[in-house]
Write a protein that binds this ligand. Structure first.
Ligand code: HEC
Ligand code: HEC
Ligand code: HEC
Length: 196
């Protein structure tokens, strides 16, 4: 076997091993993502999510949790964008942020949690503004939305014409109400909230 042949072969073998390892990493990321995306994981991994979010009447009784068809939106459906890389990235970053937040903040009582709630709500809304409400669109097809009332029809026409994104009008969907701050309203275009 001459050296050129040997080199070619080594490159082929190295590429093959690289591809196999790449696949293995991608598959395990996907598995880790799946396992850490369930409602059970999100709400049990830290008790705040259970105590202050998942069992709140506003969440349990929201239309997203009580559809007559039994379709339920879960934490990850709204909070983790689709796509393996995006999902892993969001997960890793928000996981680290959340863990850091647990270290530096005191969430031992509901009052203390509620003090921080507005700040957290702002962050989620800013993210959704920035990614064009991507997670909402994984279930709701903008072109297929068919509001029952005149006001909804009118607003959705306006939204499409002016590229206004879902979260700009549909905040306070499933959690305790948090008033929008002026910066959000100015970016969102100062649309009246859809829940009024
Ligand atoms: C239907 C979509 C949807 C689902 C389902 C959902 N969220 Fe949210 N979440 C939002 C939006 C939108 C916000 C931004 C604040 C707002 O306007 O309510 C938010 C905000 C939050 C916040 C910031 C604090 C607050 O109260 O606003 C936390 C923490 C949170 N969600 C955790 C969760 C967890 C844990 C679950 C599952 C038990 C969950 N969310 C399910 C849409 C959702
Ligand atoms: C897992 C799929 C899913 C995701 C993700 C999702 N929704 Fe929904 N949404 C539903 C279903 C199902 C209903 C109930 C539809 C019905 O009863 O006809 C609903 C109802 C609604 C309603 C009407 C009821 C209400 O609560 O006012 C609005 C508005 C809405 N969604 C907006 C959003 C927005 C904004 C987001 C992103 C933050 C979002 N949805 C994310 C599935 C989803
Ligand atoms: C400019 C503001 C605005 C934007 C942007 C907007 N909506 Fe709406 N939406 C409304 C209003 C207003 C209603 C009617 C509420 C009512 O009738 O009580 C509505 C109604 C709905 C409903 C319920 C329909 C019904 O008749 O029950 C759903 C679901 C919904 N919107 C989802 C979305 C999603 C998903 C997006 C993003 C693709 C979006 N909306 C963008 C203002 C908006």
């Amino acid at each position: 076997m001459n050296w050129r042949h040997f080199l070619k072969r080594s490159i082929l073998i190295a590429t093959f091993i690289g591809v196999v390892i790449g696949f293995a990493i991608a598959l395990s990321l996907e598995k880790v993502d799946q396992l850490t995306s369930t409602d059970a994981f999100c709400s049990n991994s830290c008790h705040m999510m259970t105590d202050y979010i998942a069992y709140e009447p506003v969440y349990v009784n929201s239309l997203h949790r009580t559809t007559y068809t039994g379709i339920q939106a879960g934490c990850a459906d709204c909070h983790i964008p689709e796509g393996l890389l995006a999902a892993t990235w969001t997960h890793a970053i928000s996981g680290m942020k959340d863990s850091w937040s647990l270290l530096v903040n005191d969430f031992s009582t509901r009052e203390k949690w509620n003090k921080q709630r507005a700040q957290m709500a702002y962050q989620v809304r800013d993210q959704m503004l920035a990614n064009n409400s991507e997670t909402c669109r994984s279930c709701h097809q903008q072109d297929a939305l068919n509001p029952r009332r005149e006001r909804g029809i009118r607003h959705h026409e306006l939204a499409q014409r002016n590229n206004v994104t879902c979260i700009a009008c549909h905040y306070n969907l499933v959690h305790e109400q948090v008033a929008p701050r002026p910066e959000f309203l100015s970016i969102a275009g100062a649309w009246p909230p859809a829940t009024e």
